[in-house]
Design a protein around this ligand. Structure first.
Ligand code: GLY
Length: 338
């Protein structure tokens, strides 16, 4: 197993990556944990053995399940089962499960420990790491949440081979992002690649270092949103059949083109973005039907957009947040996207 530490003082934890990592669950539970409330979804076939008394609690599928109602329901079920702060929550699933169960764990009895068994590539390299938990409101995504670090994260690369093709692509979209944040070698480009565990661990290591430096996103942590400003707009628009990672893929290419338009990067950087993103079989073009006006307006509502249109862009000093980007330039770059 590869163990990647997330260094956060008394909230530090390990991310354990490798084939069969889920079988280490009993060994990584917090010392003295009495019982385990396992939170998962009916469609997830990954089973775990916490080595203590446990009960499985199911939550629904899809963004509708990422709600305050699901959190209330979970907390009420835990209460009826008698979950206490001497016990542990174990979330088994992708980002939706770890976000919802992590948030519920953070507020139930003012906080119970949580361990994540991440079962998707996206979850393993991103959603399960970093401590941001939360749910959606009808008014928008991830508007309610908390910072609640897990006690340990298990990233079992064996279970990734059972994922549907589209879910794998979803993960590779987020993985492509790390190629511009310090992942210098391509590593695994397919789920069958023998380098998979090493590549997942390398992405986790990059995220862990950024989170350790800026746990509460006061500054540097925003670089993890590289490619995400346009991606979120494409996702909110809702008219396109795009998974998050696919939207990020398009967002990465757009970010490079915007960086070039602002004189921050050159043609070679744009070509590199297109070749890396395309190399994972991910989209590099705007979906048909996308309209520039609507995307610009949605990007203006991004959480980063405190000082005008704000983007995370590559440049001479690497990837960083760039506020007050001229709307006309953004619109022109979008219009020129193939
Ligand atoms: N849970 C994802 C993050 O903290 O970034």
């Amino acid at each position: 197993m590869i163990v990647v530490p997330v260094d956060l003082g008394d909230r530090s934890y390990d991310v354990v990556v490798g084939e069969g990592a889920r079988h280490h669950l009993a060994a990584v539970l917090p010392v003295g944990a009495g019982r385990a409330a396992i939170v998962t979804q009916p469609g997830i076939s990954v089973t775990v053995d916490p080595g203590c008394e446990s009960e499985v609690f199911f939550i629904g599928d899809g963004e509708e399940a990422k709600s305050m109602a699901t959190v209330e329901d979970l907390c009420r079920q835990w209460s009826r089962w008698g979950l206490t702060r001497g016990d542990v929550v174990v979330a088994v699933g992708g980002g939706l499960v770890t976000d919802v169960a992590g948030f519920a764990a953070s507020i139930y009895h003012r906080g119970v420990p949580v361990v994540f068994v991440a079962t998707t590539l996206l979850g393993q390299i991103d959603a399960a790491i970093g401590g941001k938990t939360g749910v959606n409101l009808p008014e928008g995504k991830n508007l309610v949440g908390s910072f609640w670090q897990p006690s340990c994260v298990l990233c079992d690369t064996e279970v990734l081979r059972t994922l549907p093709e589209r879910e794998i692509r979803n993960g590779f979209g987020e993985l492509a992002k790390y190629r511009f944040l310090g992942l210098d070698t391509p590593g695994a480009t397919t789920i069958e690649d023998p380098l998979l565990a090493e590549t997942v661990a390398a992405c986790v290591g990059i995220k862990a270092a950024v989170v350790a430096a800026d746990e509460r996103e006061a500054g540097r942590r925003a670089i993890l949103n590289y490619g995400h400003t346009l991606a979120h707009a494409l996702e909110i628009d809702g008219g396109f059949d795009l998974r998050h990672g696919e939207a990020v893929a398009i967002g990465l290419v757009f970010a490079a083109r915007l960086g070039r338009a602002l004189g921050r990067v050159d043609d070679a950087a744009v070509a590199r973005h297109e070749s890396i993103v395309g190399g994972y079989g991910l989209p590099t073009r705007l979906p048909s039907g996308a309209t520039v006006g609507s995307l610009v307006s949605l990007m203006g509502r991004d959480k980063k957009a405190i000082d005008g249109l704000t983007f995370v862009l590559d440049g001479p000093d690497g990837v960083e947040t760039v506020p007050n980007v001229d709307t006309a330039v953004v619109a022109r770059v979008l219009e020129e996207m193939p």
